[in-house]
Design a protein around this ligand. Structure first.
Ligand SMILES: NC(=O)c1ccc[n+]([C@@H]2O[C@H](COP(=O)([O-])OP(=O)(O)OC[C@H]3O[C@@H](n4cnc5c(N)ncnc54)[C@H](O)[C@@H]3O)[C@@H](O)[C@H]2O)c1
Length: 258
């Protein structure tokens, strides 16, 4: 059985992924700010380094797969923390673990979001993400109107992540590694519970009503999709984003084909 590392695996979507991997008998290293296995705050360089060191110590023979799932929602009080965790906490961890990933196995699965496919994110923010400049990206977000900062940091960050994945697909493929993403729609987890109690509660209720399959996503729905992308059955799939959203992206953006 293989070794997998999952960030944000203490609860929610990450928790369901950990459960699915463990059910198949794999050793799963969980890095999370909440006590579960390896405790690390992936908003910070020190936390990322500690997470990487712990993963390397536990899987010196290499990893079959890496799923950087830790993330916080757009309602988080300091919006630049969303940038630090959801974008740079993912990109920096993948970069630091790339050489540990074993060619020909599951590879990397990112957790993007339906929010990545919206339009109108601040151009300076996206440029800073594309340049890999964490300080500049955080500065743009910190300088924004708080009402727009969370939306931009979250959706723009997830959009940046999908773009980054596509730019990395060829170089990883050369090493026999695949990288894919899922784009979850609204999913019942601690993150959305918190959002439901925030100023966005009313808008969210309307949003859920517009999901074509008529229900919210469950963490298990996301885990099933991740398990497919990690599996042998997806061995010719890389650079892809799988929407797991009850048809929401299709109904909201029917004309978007690329
Ligand atoms: N729930 C949704 O509707 C939804 C939709 C689209 C995408 N997502 C994405 O799915 C991922 C998981 O979200 P979720 O809904 O399961 O949320 P969640 O709050 O249930 O789980 C997030 C996990 O990340 C951990 N975490 C938080 N801050 C951290 C930090 N600084 N360092 C390390 N770990 C930290 C938490 O302890 C928790 O275990 C996120 O990347 C999120 O953006 C969620």
């Amino acid at each position: 059985m293989g070794s997998y590392a999952v960030t944000g695996g203490a609860t929610g979507i990450g928790g369901a992924i950990v459960e699915a991997l463990e059910a198949q008998g794999h050793d799963v290293i969980v890095v999370d700010v909440s006590p579960r296995d390896v405790v690390a705050d992936l908003r910070t360089t020190e936390g990322r380094e500690a997470g990487v060191a712990a993963i390397r110590a536990r899987a010196p023979q290499g990893l079959e797969g890496f799923i950087p799932c830790a993330g916080i929602g757009g309602h988080f009080p300091r919006a630049s923390d969303i940038v630090r965790l959801n974008f740079f906490g993912v990109v920096r961890m993948v970069e630091a673990l790339e050489d540990l990933l074993l060619p020909g196995y599951g590879g990397i699965v990112l957790i993007a979001s339906e929010a990545a496919f919206r339009k109108g994110f601040d151009a300076d923010y996206l440029e800073a993400l594309y340049a890999g400049d964490e300080a500049a990206a955080c500065a743009v977000i910190d300088g924004m109107d708080p009402a727009a900062a969370g939306f931009t940091a979250y959706g723009g960050g997830k959009s940046g992540l999908v773009r980054w994945m596509r730019h990395r697909t060829a170089s990883l493929a050369k090493r026999g590694l695949r990288i894919n993403a899922i784009a979850p729609g609204y999913t019942v987890t601690k993150m959305t519970e918190e959002t439901q109690q925030s100023a966005f509660a009313e808008a969210l209720e309307k949003f859920v009503k517009s999901i074509p399959l008529g229900r919210m996503g469950l963490p298990e729905d996301m885990a099933h999709a991740v398990m497919y992308l990690l599996s042998e059955r997806a061995s010719f799939v890389t650079g892809s984003t799988l929407h797991v959203d009850g048809g929401h992206d299709a109904v909201k953006r029917p004309d978007r084909v690329a």
